[in-house]
Write a protein that binds this ligand. Structure first.
Ligand code: BES
Ligand code: ZN
Ligand code: ZN
Length: 515
C-alpha cells in the first residue's frame, strides 16, 4: 500500500472514499445531557455534507461504528465514510489507529482501492482531549492504523485475489502552522517505519512451521535486516555446543531441523560513550511447539506455529531501529528451534546444564521457551548488554490471567519498567505488570538440580516462567513480555484481520528510544 500525505482541503479531493472521524460529545449537563456525534473536521463543506446524518440518530459515533454516504453533496469524493471513535473524552492515539484501520478494512471487501483519510481537527474537542493528540502522534497513529488494517493473512490461497489498497492518502489541514506541519510530516514518516516493522513481524508469524524452520528464520533476518545496516549472524548446532548452550540444545535435539541462534547488531551513527547502555533484545523463536515428549493435545496444536512471535517481534523491532536510528547500541539474540518428540528428544526428568553453568531439571518438555531463553539472556549479557528485554509466547497461564487484551510484563528494575510503561502511552499496546519478587522463588526449586523448569502446580504459571528467566539475568535491569495471549487475534476485528497481531514491536522500539 502506498501512503501519501497531502496538505489539502478534503472537500476538493477527488477519491472513491473519503473517511472522516467523529466522536461522541455530550451536550449540556445533568438530566439534559444528550450524546451527540461530532465530526473531527474543520471543513465547512464536510460538516455540511454530514450534518443531516449526524443528527438523524442512526449513528452514535461509537468506537469503529461506520456510516457510509454516497455522492455527498458539495464534495469531490464519490463516497463519504464517517467513522466513530467513541467518547470525545476517551480519545487516544489508539482510537485513531483503530479508526484508520477500520477505514481501510471497510474499503477492501468493497473493491475500493483508494482511500483518503481526513486528519482530525479540533472543532468538537475539549482541550484535554486534544492534549492527548499532538500532531506528530496523530499522524503516526493514522499511518500505523491504515497499514495494519491493509494486511490479510491469506497468502497461501492459490486463487487469492489481492484486495490490498493501492493508495491511502492522509489529508492534513492546509492551514497547519509551520511547526505542526513539520510534526505531521515527521509523524507520517515514523508511522510508516513502525507499520512496516509490524508488517514484517506479522508475515513471519503467519508462516507455517514447514516453511519457516529455524534456519529459514535466520535467512529472513539476514535478507531483511542486513541491507538496512544491521549486522546479522546465524549460527547452528556446532556453535551452540561451542558456547555450551546446554539448555537451548536440549530443546533442539529432538528435531530434524537444526536450531538457529540469530544475532543482530545495531550501532548508532554517532559512536556512543564507553559506558553508554547497550540494549539486549532476546526473542523466543520456537518455529513449532508440539510440546515434545510432554506432547500437547491435538486441538489447536496447529496454532503453535506462532510460538516464534517473540523472535519475530525482535526482528521487526530491529527493522524499525535500523531506520529510526536511536542513540544507543542494540544487540538482539533470537533463539530458534523446533520442539519435537523423537528418539533423540529430551525427556522429563533429564538434567540440562545451561550456558551460565546452572543445572536444570526438566519436569515438562512443553516448558521449552524458558529453556531456550535462559541461554539467550545469558549470552546477551555476555555480549555486553547492560539492559535486557525479552518477548515470548511463553505461557498459557498468562492467557488465563490476562485474556487477549493485555500482555504480561515482568521486571526486576523500576527505572526500566517505568521507561517501558511510559512508552506504552505512545505505542498504544497494553501490558499488565505481574510480580516476580523473590518470595516466588520456591516455585522453581528442584530436588536434584539447581532449578526445575516448571512449578509444582497449575497456579501462577506465568510467574513461575518469569522466575525461571530471572535466574539468568543476574542484576541486569530486565523486562519480560509474555505475549502468548496477544500475538494472535482469534477473530476479525473492524481494524485488524484475524491472525498475527505484530504485538510488542512498537513498545519495544519505544523502550529502546527512551535511552
Ligand atoms: N508455547 C507455549 C505457550 C503458549 C500457550 C503460547 C498458548 C500460546 C498460546 C509454551 O511453550 C507452553 O507450552 N507452556 C506450557 C508450560 C507448562 C508446561 C508449565 C503451558 O503454558 O501450558
Ligand atoms: Zn511448550
Ligand atoms: Zn512454546
Amino acid at each position: 500500500m502506498d501512503t501519501r500525505l497531502l496538505f489539502q482541503d478534503p472537500a476538493d479531493f477527488a477519491t472513491p472514499l473519503l473517511a472522516v472521524f467523529a466522536v461522541n460529545i455530550t451536550t449540556a449537563a445533568g438530566k439534559d445531557a444528550k450524546p451527540l456525534p461530532a465530526l473531527l473536521s474543520a471543513s465547512d463543506a464536510l460538516t455540511k455534507a454530514a450534518s443531516h446524518f449526524l443528527t438523524a440518530g442512526e449513528f452514535k459515533a461509537g468506537s469503529c461504528e461506520t456510516l457510509l454516504l454516497h455522492s455527498p453533496s458539495g464534495l469531490k469524493a464519490e463516497r463519504l465514510l464517517i467513522i466513530g471513535l467513541g467518547k470525545a473524552a476517551d480519545l487516544s492515539p489508539d482510537e485513531l489507529r483503530k479508526g484508520a484501520g477500520t477505514a481501510i478494512r471497510f474499503a477492501k471487501p468493497r473493491s475500493i482501492r483508494e482511500v483518503a483519510i481526513v486528519f482530525p481537527e479540533d472543532r468538537a474537542l475539549s482541550d484535554e482531549a486534544l492534549d492527548e493528540l499532538p500532531p506528530l502522534l496523530t499522524a503516526r497513529a493514522i499511518v500505523e492504523g491504515a497499514c495494519v488494517g491493509d494486511y490479510d493473512p491469506d497468502t497461501y490461497r492459490s486463487e487469492r485475489v489481492d484486495q490490498s489498497i493501492t493508495a491511502a492518502t492522509i489529508l492534513a489541514p492546509a492551514s497547519a502552522q509551520k511547526s505542526a506541519h513539520a510534526d505531521i510530516e515527521r509523524g507520517f514518516a515514523e508511522g510508516r517505519i513502525f507499520a512496516d516493522a509490524q508488517l514484517f513481524t506479522r508475515i513471519l508469524v503467519n508462516e507455517p512451521g514447514n516453511i519457516l524452520t529455524p534456519l529459514e528464520l535466520g535467512r529472513r533476518a539476514k535478507a531483511e535486516l542486513e541491507p538496512l545496516g544491521i549486522q546479522t549472524e546465524v549460527f547452528s548446532t556446532d556453535k551452540l555446543h561451542e558456547l555450551k548452550m546446554g539448555s537451548f540444545l536440549g530443546v533442539a535435539q529432538g528435531s530434524e531441523n537444526p536450531p538457529a541462534l540469530i544475532i543482530m547488531r545495531y550501532e548508532p551513527p554517532k559512536p556512543p560513550a564507553a559506558n553508554a547502555p547497550i540494549l539486549g533484545l532476546v526473542g523466543k523463536g520456537i518455529t513449532f511447539d508440539t510440546g515434545g515428549i510432554s506432547i500437547k493435545p491435538a486441538d489447536n496444536m496447529d496454532k503453535m506455529k506462532y510460538d516464534m512471535a517473540g523472535a519475530a517481534a525482535m526482528m521487526g523491532a530491529m527493522r524499525a531501529i535500523a531506520l529510526l536510528k536511536p542513540a544507543c547500541s542494540v544487540i538482539s539474540v533470537v533463539c530458534s528451534a523446533e520442539n519435537m518428540p523423537d528418539g533423540k528428544a529430551y525427556k522429563p526428568g533429564d538434567v540440562l546444564t545451561a550456558m551460565s553453568g546452572k543445572t536444570i531439571e526438566v519436569i515438562n518438555t512443553d516448558a521449552e521457551g524458558r529453556l531456550v531463553l535462559a541461554d539467550g539472556l545469558h549470552y546477551a549479557r555476555q555480549l555486553g548488554a547492560t539492559h535486557l528485554i525479552d518477548a515470548a509466547t511463553l505461557t498459557g497461564a498468562c492467557v488465563v490471567a490476562l485474556g487477549m487484551l493485555n500482555g504480561g510484563v515482568f521486571s526486576n528494575n523500576e527505572d526500566t519498567y517505568s521507561r517501558f510503561s511510559t512508552g506504552m502511552l505512545t505505542s498504544g499496546e497494553k501490558f499488565w505488570r505481574m510480580p516476580c519478587t523473590s518470595d516466588y522463588r520456591d516455585l522453581i526449586k528442584s530436588d536434584i538440580a539447581d532449578i526445575r523448569n516448571t512449578g509444582g502446580s497449575r497456579w501462577g504459571g506465568a510467574i513461575t516462567a518469569a522466575m525461571f528467566l530471572k535466574e539468568f539475568v543476574g542484576d541486569t535491569p530486565w523486562l519480560h513480555l509474555d505475549i502468548a495471549g496477544v500475538a494472535w487475534m482469534e477473530d476479525n476485528r473492524p481494524w485488524i484481520a484475524k491472525g498475527p497481531s505484530g504485538v510488542a514491536v512498537r513498545s519495544i522500539v519505544e523502550w529502546v528510544r527512551s535511552f
